[in-house]
Ligand binder design. Sequence first.
Ligand SMILES: [Zn+2]
Length: 96
Amino acid sequence: MYTIKNMMEELVQKYYEKIIDELNVCRCEKCKADVIALALNRLPPRYCVTEEGKIYVKLKELEIQYEVDIVAALAVAAYIVKNNMKHEERDCKDEI
Ligand SMILES: [Zn+2]
């Protein structure tokens, strides 16, 4: 069973969870999705053909290679989301 997967998505999700505390941005579903989407737009896609279980080896290689870029892209994305609230404030009143 082979799947084509953009590994960058996995990594951005992972780093979002890792550094969300430092990003100082609303954590509601909408803002999270916006931050991740914006960060992904700033990063090159890295498609891999994966087999179950082998994905993590490749992921680790890419993580080492792109860690700095991913963190920077998330920081910029968080800044953009913070300054352009795309949803009504009541959607995330508990999280700001
Ligand atoms: Zn929000």
